[in-house]
Write a protein that binds this ligand. Structure first.
Ligand SMILES: C[S@@+](CC[C@H](N)C(=O)[O-])C[C@H]1O[C@@H](n2cnc3c(N)ncnc32)[C@H](O)[C@@H]1O
Length: 293
């Protein structure tokens, strides 16, 4: 508007003292984030490399470390800032202790979390205010691989005024490394690793169907060591997601030493076992980032 007035007057801005030129802030963003690319140098805190090392787990701002098997909040922070906009809905198919939901609130995003264990779905709700549970965080107790879960998620999305989610978070059990429950639908309770992969694929397919086109998904996962060999859980699950149709955008290796508990006392024993058995001790996990194109 200011520019139009000036051109009508045919005067150079510096010659007019009574007219204040309001410079419009230059903003350039992608369709999926609020990062202002015109000021890209201001985002030094956003990691763009493939090796992530965090000295310790973030424990403040609603996060605690009471749930064995939760991911560190810094991952959500990085993913949300880079791949979501304010108000977007994050769909987490393995909600656990609610890290994705807590960080959604902290960063003005919204979240739908699906968790199989009723007692956990119940207790994690207590981390949010009644108002937040209506407007910002929806917790569903269901098997993420099921049609029932899909129907419930669609219902919650509708209540939130959305047709699809804008980000998909997948942090499944790492096969049976930590057994979360005795339920047959539990991915940590599969009879074989092949069965784990198949169940994971069903969940990933549901996630794909519920994600908006052009948006992103993250898979956080580590490998396991079973029957004297490495089970490449990360690569196989990543491959299943690619077969579904996700486009792989990043393979990030994350140091897990900052978020591992209790290994200190048994570190030497593990070193002995590694030297004797010819294997290496896991000190990393993966974060695979995908886009639905
Ligand atoms: C690795 S944990 C996720 C932790 C979570 N990201 C956090 O930060 O607290 C995996 C979770 O998936 C849940 N789970 C396992 N099988 C499931 C299924 N079929 N549907 C939904 N949740 C499932 C487990 O009960 C467990 O809480």
């Amino acid at each position: 508007m200011a520019r139009k007035v000036l051109s009508n007057l045919k005067l150079k801005p510096e010659k007019r003292t009574d007219l204040q030129v309001v410079k419009q802030p230059e903003i350039k963003t992608t369709k999926y984030s609020d990062i202002n690319l015109k000021k890209w140098k201001d985002y030094a805190h956003i990691l763009t490399g493939t090796l992530w090392q965090f000295p310790s787990r973030l424990k403040q701002h609603g996060h605690s470390n009471e749930y064995h098997g939760n991911y560190i909040p810094q991952i959500a922070q990085q993913m949300y800032e880079r791949y979501t906009k304010k108000g977007d809905v994050v769909l987490d198919m393995f909600f656990g202790s609610g890290t994705s939901g807590i960080e959604a609130i902290n960063m003005d995003r919204r979240c739908i979390g699906v968790e199989l264990k009723p007692e956990l779905a119940e207790s994690v709700s207590e981390k949010f205010t009644p108002k937040q549970l209506v407007t910002d965080v929806n917790i569903i107790c269901a098997d993420s691989a099921s049609e029932l879960a899909v129907d419930k998620i669609k219902g919650r999305l509708e209540i939130m005024g959305e047709e699809k989610a804008q980000f998909l978070m997948l942090h499944p059990p790492y096969d049976d490394i930590i057994k979360f429950s005795d339920k047959k639908e539990d991915l940590s309770n599969c009879a074989t690793t092949e069965e784990f992969y198949d169940l994971f694929e069903k969940v990933a397919q549901n996630g794909y169907d519920l994600l908006e086109k052009g948006r992103f998904a993250a898979l956080i996962i580590g490998d396991s060591y079973k029957n004297s060999e490495v089970q490449p859980l990360g690569f196989e699950c990543m491959d299943r997601m690619r077969k579904i149709g996700f486009k792989l955008k990043s393979t990030i290796v994350k140091d897990i030493q900052g978020n591992e508990r209790g290994k200190g006392r048994t570190a030497n024993l593990w070193r002995y076992r590694a030297l004797a058995g010819g294997f290496s001790i896991f000190t990393h996990e993966y974060i695979f980032v995908f886009q639905k194109v």
